[in-house]
Every structure is written in C-alpha cells, then in structure tokens.
Design a protein around this ligand. Structure first.
Ligand SMILES: *[C@@H]1O[C@H](CO)[C@@H](O)[C@H](O)[C@H]1NC(C)=O
Ligand SMILES: *[C@@H]1O[C@H](CO)[C@@H](O)[C@H](O)[C@H]1NC(C)=O
Ligand SMILES: *[C@@H]1O[C@H](CO)[C@@H](O)[C@H](O)[C@H]1NC(C)=O
Ligand SMILES: *[C@@H]1O[C@H](CO)[C@@H](O)[C@H](O)[C@H]1NC(C)=O
Ligand SMILES: *[C@@H]1O[C@H](CO)[C@@H](O)[C@H](O)[C@H]1NC(C)=O
Length: 643
C-alpha cells in the first residue's frame, strides 16, 4: 500500500506522509516496549521450610484469561523451492519446479554454512552443481540463476549429515534398557499455559502415551540458564565454582554437559536452540554435539536482523502484519516445522542407534503467551510420528520448559506469579519399560503431585543413561533429603522448597493450617464435593451406588504466604499506576471418606460464602481395587462403587 510508484504530486505527498507516520509509530511502539520496564513486584515465600502443598490452580481462571487470546494462524509465503535434500541426504535440483516456471536452464551452486565460533558464520566458496550429490555439512545454501544470469533463488537447507558422524563415531544400538532420549523444549511455558495452549498435545501425552505431567515442577532460578544448568550438568548456575571456571575458560566447551556422558555411551547427540540472540547456552568454540544447527539460525539473522525481526514479531502479536509471510516462517514453513522435520530426519537416518536429542524453541514463546497454540498441531503430529515410527518403544520422550512467561503484567497477578515459577515438565516412558518395572509407573504417578525440580530431572536422566531401573530404596521418614532425587524414586510429600534448593523467591508452595473438621465451612464443602462426585457419576446411575459422606478425615486452609519485598524491586515509572492483585477467597483442602465405598478423596476448593469451586480434580487417594469393575471409564472408575 505504501509503495505506489507513479502518481500525482498529492499522491506522492500522501505516500511520504504515510511512510513517515509508519516509521514513527513503529519506533514509538518499539521504544515503549523496550525501554519503559513493566513493574515487577517481588515476593518472597516466608514458608519455604514447610512441606510443600502444590498450588492447585484452574488454568482457565478469569484473572488470567484476560491475557489469553487466539492469534492468527501462521501463514507462510509460497515461494517455489528449486532444490531439496532427499531422505538419504542428497541435494537435488527440483526439475519439476523449474519446468513449472518455464525455466529452460537453471544454474545452481551450493556452499556450506560454516561456524566462525558461536556468533558468526561464513559461506564456503560456491560450487556449481547439476546432478544430485551428498554434501558433508548440516547446513547448505543453494543459489540459482536463470538463463539471463539473474539470481532467482537463495535458500538455506538444514540436513542431517550422518555420513560424517558415522565415519567419526562409534554409535551403539538402543535396547529395551538402554534408551534414547528425546527432549522437546519450549521456552517460557508454564504447565498451566500448556494446558491452555497445547490442549491436543497434552491430551495425547496423557491418554495415548500414558505420560506423566508433573504438577509440582518448580523452577530453581530466574531465567533459562540457571533453570536448566542443574538438569544439564548437576551444577548450580552462578555458584562460585562455576563463575571461576567461566572466568578461566571463557568458553562453554569444558562444562560437563550431560550429553557428553551420552556421547561417551555411544549416543549420537543433538542440541540446538532456535533463536541465536536469546539462547541460554552460547559460546561454544567447538560444536557441543554431533548435530548443532545454530549456524542456520545465525544465517537467518543475517537476512533479517534481530531488531527488525523483534519488531515484526511484536506487531504480529498485535495482529499487524507488514509482510505477506508470517515472521515465524522461513521459506514455505514455520520455523518450528523446520526444526521438527530436522528431528524426524535425525530419527530416520539413525534408526535404532542410541540418540540424545535436546531441542529448544525460544522464538514462539519467549515473549508471547498466545503464539504457543500455533504449534500445538505441529508438536502433536511430531509425537504421533515418533510413536508411529516405533521409536518410542525405546525412547524416553520429554516435553518441557524452564519457567513460565516472564512478562511482568502477567507475573503481577496471583496466578501469573505461580505460573512463572512452575514450568511445564512431562515425561512419557516406553510401554515395555513400565510393564517390566511397574514400580516406575507407581513412583512417577505419585511424583506428578510432588514438588520436583530440574535437579530431579538430572538424576532421572542419569538413571536412563545407566539403564538403572531397579527398585531404589525408599526414602525414610526421618532421612534428610538430597537436593535432587530421580523421578523413578518416590519423592516424599514432606519435601520443602528449602530441601529442594528452591529459594524463597521462587518457592510457589502453599502452606497448610489444619482447621477442626466441625468448622461450619467443612460440612458445606464436603456436601458440595460428594454431590459433585454423584453428579459426575450420573451417566452410570444404574450401575454405581449413590455416594454419601462417611466422615471428613481432615481439613486445612492452604494459602500462599507471599510477602512483598519492595526493597528488592527495581524502579519503574509504571509503579505509580499499578498495584499488585490481592487474593479474596480462601482455599480449603479436604480429605474425606465416602460411603459405601470407604473411598478416601482429596480436593482443594476455593471457598467464599457465596461460592465453592473445585480447584483441579477430586483425587482418590486410597486403593479402589475392583470396586468399579462394572464400568470402563478412565476417570470415573476411581469414584464408582458398583451396586
Ligand atoms: C536420494 O538421492 C540419491 C541420488 O540421486 C539416490 O541414490 C537415493 O536413492 C535417494 N534416496 C531416496 C531415499 O530417495
Ligand atoms: C518438487 O517441486 C514440486 C513442484 O513445485 C513439488 O510438488 C515437489 O514436492 C518437489 N519435490 C520435492 C522432493 O521436494
Ligand atoms: C559424566 O561425565 C562427566 C565428565 O564430563 C563426569 O565427571 C561424570 O562423572 C559423568 N557422570 C556419569 C553419571 O557418568
Ligand atoms: C468442635 O469440636 C471440638 C472438640 O473436638 C469442640 O471443642 C468444639 O467446641 C467444636 N466446635 C464447634 C463449633 O462445634
Ligand atoms: C473382586 O472383589 C471380590 C470381593 O471382594 C473378590 O472376591 C474378587 O476376587 C475380586 N476380583 C478381582 C478380579 O480382584
């Protein structure tokens, strides 16, 4: 619209004005976003030495829904692709495309994209080619000229250069106990945001992959680096020891990243983050893994600089598009699709070789709450593909994040505060493994309701590395807890933030204060809960007995005792305009028994005189044996008592 070439003087003036206005508005927006910081209220949890009560929060709470919207789908331009790399890694010119465009002759050449350290790239000398050939590099640029020698095509491919790896490495096969690891990471995604924005994927993990979604998973540092360092190297970020080493080494090469252990055990390794300027781990002199596609993303930044890209992305979140193709595309595809295709290639070419994958996507989710849903379908089909390929029979699949969204407007709500602290963490184990080691299932299922961290993830991965699936000793009642506990072991309910090395700054736990069971609120709540159970069971009215309350075992008020630490807050002009949100309702946790089943249930409700609302599920906490054998239903069988 801004670019008409010819026109009257008036049109030209209008055009000038338009462009100037456009530039000014964009600049102002940019300045606004970048340079006036949001207020960030700082809270400390004064009860970090008390047993953690995992906050039970409704992902669709109204206070957070006002930040939730549905972005436009990603639409990528449809440019002709004159080259492709086939499944065995051979670069081809696509003659079908050139014929379609009536191009008689097409002169193509390729160059490899080479690292210059971790922050720059260079292209090798261009080599013309015509017939298919294998190029020993993960990243290949192809440029083609038409008969008049005009450049008509410039494209960067990523491909799995397996031939070079197979030549240099001695890879071993997977087995039922020596499993591959496939970590699919998304930056800044709380568990709750995953429930809102990855609905299909989460359902698939729970129902089809029988995966475990850790509801008490808590971050141990502010941003990605300190949150993930414990998982990747069993180290504490910014500890004296690490700072000293950084000072001496000036490179990340020497750090004990756990993919090195996997590599030593005959695994082919992959690590990459998609957004080179906001990567948590950069500064490797040598590539950290066998496959490392950071240079690809660096090359993209040469095409469109980071700042411009950032503005485009911001505007797109406001539904303003300056280009036909979405900012999240490269060529004809969304970037997450490119990464996923790459991972699938990797799985295909190495077939049953041991594989360690740590893929991390930043761009989609780092600053935006809502874009994530645009990847739901892609991630779902990736997981379905993995399952269909048979890979998951010998692979542990992990879908995870580092922390929740750190946009302050959201973090200043009660729920946002907790979401920030509680990242997504889900694991699916091969079915054959849980069949052979049923205690793994029991412990993992229990641990989904316990306080867990990135340190635990490290010990879990170490167990996988060492094929250690035997029953581990149960942690005693009095025993002091280690900082990290493998998720294959039962994590005690009594674990505190302090024991898990979660600072009071990040501790999301509620504390509970017992109230007498004859408290007037308790009977109202127990009646409400049992009615709710009966209501859910109404479809099996013929088969299941009507439940009544046998007794209330215990009741407690749970609350988050976050106290504001104003002295730790940074100055912002916006502080004059906003104040933090306060909580209004009381949360009460009830453990009660139903008749005739003697079923023991636990539930947390938000209670006010006018309204009772169940937070999360009503969970059966004793065995139900074959009480419900007359029905076949995933969730209701925990409450049905067959007549
Ligand atoms: C890829 O291309 C090469 C060279 O044309 C060919 O030998 C090979 O069979 C192709 N692989 C597949 C999977 O089509
Ligand atoms: C070659 O181009 C045609 C037409 O553009 C397309 O349909 C086809 O998928 C391309 N082939 C490959 C292997 O990418
Ligand atoms: C992993 O490798 C590091 C060296 O990089 C070594 O110090 C450590 O003991 C290894 N851990 C395991 C569990 O093998
Ligand atoms: C609740 O029960 C205790 C004894 O268990 C009793 O002392 C107290 O008065 C009761 N409170 C009410 C409100 O009934
Ligand atoms: C189910 O429960 C009944 C009654 O307790 C018992 O006799 C029966 O053996 C149980 N059946 C199974 C399959 O456990």
């Amino acid at each position: 619209m801004l670019c008409f070439r010819r026109g009257t003087r008036r049109q030209k003036q209008a055009k000038c004005l338009c462009i100037t206005l456009g530039i000014v508005i964009t600049l102002l927006l940019y300045i606004y976003v970048k340079y006036i910081p949001e207020v960030q209220f700082v809270y400390l949890n004064r009860h970090n030495k008390e047993p953690c009560v995992i906050p039970n929060i409704d992902p669709f709470d109204p206070s957070i829904l006002k930040f939730v919207s549905h972005p436009d789908p990603i639409v990528c331009e449809k440019n002709p692709e004159f080259s492709f790399i086939n499944e065995s890694g051979y670069l081809h010119i696509n003659h079908t495309t050139s014929q379609q465009f009536g191009l008689q002759t097409l002169h193509c050449s390729y160059s490899t994209v080479n690292r210059k350290g971790d922050f720059d790239i260079e292209y090798s000398e261009e080599v013309t080619f015509d017939s298919p050939l294998y190029i020993p590099s993960d990243i290949v640029r192809v440029r083609c000229n038409d008969e008049k020698d005009r450049l008509i095509y410039d494209h960067i491919h990523i491909h799995v250069d397996y031939k070079t790896v197979l030549k240099n490495r001695n890879l071993k096969d997977e087995s039922s106990d020596q499993l591959s690891v496939h970590i699919f990471g998304l930056d800044s995604v709380s568990r709750l945001n995953a429930e809102r924005k990855l609905m299909k994927t989460m359902k698939y993990i729970r129902e089809e992959l029988q995966g475990y979604v850790f509801e008490g998973h808590t971050k141990v540092g502010e941003n990605t680096y300190p949150c993930i360092v414990p998982m990747l190297m069993n180290r504490k970020a910014y500890s004296k020891e690490m700072e000293k080493e950084i000072h001496v080494w000036k490179t990340l090469d020497n750090y004990p990243f756990l993919w090195r252990n996997f590599s030593d055990a005959g695994y082919v390794t992959y690590f990459s983050e998609d957004s080179p300027q906001m990567s948590a781990f950069m500064g490797f002199d040598k590539p950290p893994c066998d496959h490392y596609i950071r240079p690809f993303f660096l090359a993209l930044r040469k095409i469109r600089s980071y700042k411009v890209h950032d503005i485009f992305l911001f505007l797109e979140a406001q539904r303003i598009k300056l280009t036909k193709s979405s900012t999240m595309c490269y060529g004809n595809k969304a970037k997450q699709q490119l990464v996923i295709e790459y991972l699938q290639r990797l799985v295909s070419v190495y077939r049953n070789k041991r594989t360690f994958v740590m893929s991390w996507l930043n761009e989609l989710t780092h600053d935006h709450l809502n874009f994530l849903e645009l990847a739901d379908e892609d991630i779902l089909s990736h997981f379905k593909w993995l399952k269909a390929s048979g890979k998951l029979e010998k692979t542990v699949l992990i879908l995870m994040s580092d922390h929740g969204l750190r946009v302050n407007a959201i973090r200043n709500t009660m729920i946002g505060r907790i979401e920030d602290r509680m990242p997504l963490f889900a694991i699916a184990l091969p079915e054959q493994l849980t069949k052979r080691y049923p205690h793994l299932h029991d412990n993992m299922a229990t641990n989904t309701k316990r306080l867990t961290t990135s340190w635990d993830a490290y010990f879990t991965l170490m167990d996988i590395l060492n094929g250690n699936y035997q029953v581990q000793s149960k942690i005693g009642k009095e025993e002091s807890l280690p900082r990290g506990i493998s998720l294959f072991r039962e994590i005690p309910k009594r674990r505190t933030c302090f024991e898990a090395d979660i600072q009071e700054h990040y501790c999301p736990c509620y504390t509970s204060k017992t109230i007498p069971t004859n408290d007037s609120r308790v009977s109202a709540i127990s009646t409400y809960l049992v009615n709710r159970l009966n209501y859910d069971l109404r479809i099996f009215k013929e088969k299941c007995a009507l439940l009544t309350i046998e007794n209330v075992e215990s009741a407690s008020i749970v609350h988050a005792d976050f106290q504001r630490a104003e002295e730790k807050e940074e100055f912002s002009y916006k502080k004059w305009l906003f104040s933090p949100q306060k909580s209004t309702s009381t949360r009460i946790l009830l453990v009660f028994r139903t008749a005739p089943s003697h079923g023991l249930f636990e539930a947390t409700v938000s209670y006010s005189e006018r309204n009772i609302k169940v937070l999360g599920d009503i969970t059966r906490i004793n065995m139900y044996g074959n009480q419900s054998s007359c029905i076949d239903h995933k969730t209701l069988r925990t409450s049905c008592y067959c007549k």
